[in-house]
Design a binder for this molecule. Structure first.
Ligand code: EPU
Length: 353
């Protein structure tokens, strides 16, 4: 069923179409059954600005979605869900060393990464094959294999959903940290990201320190890998460890890796000599949540219709039958057990409605 919009006397000129009672199952990769009271796909800034002023948007709560790879709908949503499909890529500036590209929010992340590498622009190779859209990347500051997207972002372009004004956030304005930015922090629900500018280098500066990369190239006998080799290896590693969201419902890492004080880490190390850790510059320790969850015996197990992925315990999977209550139940079971064993409270990583 579809409805007319805020131009009741001239519906045909409306730059967008709002559907009612739309299924959200195809729009988030965890694939739970849920319905949005209103649902709209937006493919231009003009359409977005018109939508923001319209009564359906103004009178209801809202959620903006990219490809839905880091968002779960565990219940019906009574407001409007807006999927951003704004596409485009343009070169902003260039000098001998660097190029700055501005990319619209709806572009697919991995297609963009491949485009940069094939064009001879480097920096994003370690972030290959991360599911999702370009506009979602800064929100949770996606990261993998020793690189975070904040390392490459020059600016984020966003629209104030209340005034419609455009605001340019310089990198330093985004409050980036591990799996965090102002867009999921203090400015959550205030701005919608429409484009991101990336500063990439013309000569590769490969980052190969992350465990698995050096070993991978050694076993391939590659002494001087190129950025494309790095991207290929990371695609292979991800495919071997992480479920393909097109085949198995999942949202990537379901929990953040907890960051604990040195004192707590040393205490845990006395109890669990084999505990894995990564020392941060601020003298804190990041503990792999996958290790904590595996230690508790959950890896490969099922909690009702929610599975804990057999190759990476940080990833929860949907057997296909799961509902929102099943997700909340599984999260509770896992976090309670980890808290009991280690006195660490795991934080959920995706945005959950
Ligand atoms: N580990 C286990 N058991 C497991 C999984 C991991 O013991 O089931 C241990 C591993 O042995 C390893 C350590 O945990 O020593 C780290 O594992 P891994 O390299 O797989 O990385 P991760 O910390 O579990 C993070 C990101 C991933 C990213 C990888 C690779 C978070 C929340 N997750 O996972 O991101 O791909 O590093 O860089 O930081 C995502 O966000 O969706 C995602 C997949």
């Amino acid at each position: 069923m579809t409805s007319g919009l805020e131009h009741p006397d001239n519906i045909s000129v409306s730059p967008y179409l709002i559907r009612e009672y739309a299924s959200l199952k195809p729009f988030h990769t965890f694939g739970l059954s849920a319905t949005a009271r209103f649902f709209c796909e937006i493919d231009s800034e003009e359409a977005l600005l018109a939508l923001l002023k319209g009564p359906v948007f103004v009178e209801n709560s809202h959620v903006f979605l990219g490809e839905g790879s880091n968002t779960l709908f565990t219940r019906d949503f009574s407001g409007i869900v807006v999927r951003l499909n704004i596409m485009g890529l343009q070169q902003v500036s260039e000098d001998e060393q660097c190029i700055t590209l501005k990319v619209s929010a709806g572009e697919n992340w991995h297609s963009f990464v491949k485009y940069t590498l094939n064009s001879g622009y480097y920096g994003l190779e370690n972030l290959s094959l991360i599911p999702g859209s370009v506009g979602a990347a800064p929100v949770q500051n996606i990261g993998a294999y020793g690189v975070e997207v904040k390392d490459l972002i020059a600016e984020v372009e966003a629209i104030d959903i209340y005034s419609g004004a455009k605001r340019i956030f310089k990198n330093r304005d985004c409050d980036f940290s591990y799996r965090h930015s102002c867009f999921k922090g203090e400015l959550e629900n205030r701005y919608v990201i429409t484009a991101v500018s990336f500063c990439l280098t013309k000569a590769p500066k490969l980052k190969l320190e992350y465990a698995g990369l050096t070993e991978g190239f050694e076993s391939q006998g590659l002494r001087k890998p190129t950025a494309l080799d790095v991207s290929d290896l990371i695609c292979d590693l991800r495919k071997s460890k992480l479920p393909d969201p097109d085949k198995i419902g999942n949202a990537g890492s379901f929990f953040k890796n907890p960051i604990i004080s040195a004192a707590q880490y040393f205490k845990l190390q006395e109890q669990f000599a084999e505990i894995k850790s990564f020392k941060l510059k601020n003298n804190k320790y990041k503990i792999p949540a996958g290790w904590l969850i595996e230690y508790c015996g959950f890896k490969g197990a099922s909690i009702g219709p929610i599975g804990i992925y057999e190759k990476q315990a940080l990833v929860l999977i949907n057997s296909g039958e799961a509902n929102g209550a099943d997700v909340h139940h599984a999260v509770k079971q896992i976090t309670s057990r980890v808290s009991f064993e280690f006195d660490i409270l795991l934080e959920v990583e995706p945005i959950i409605f």
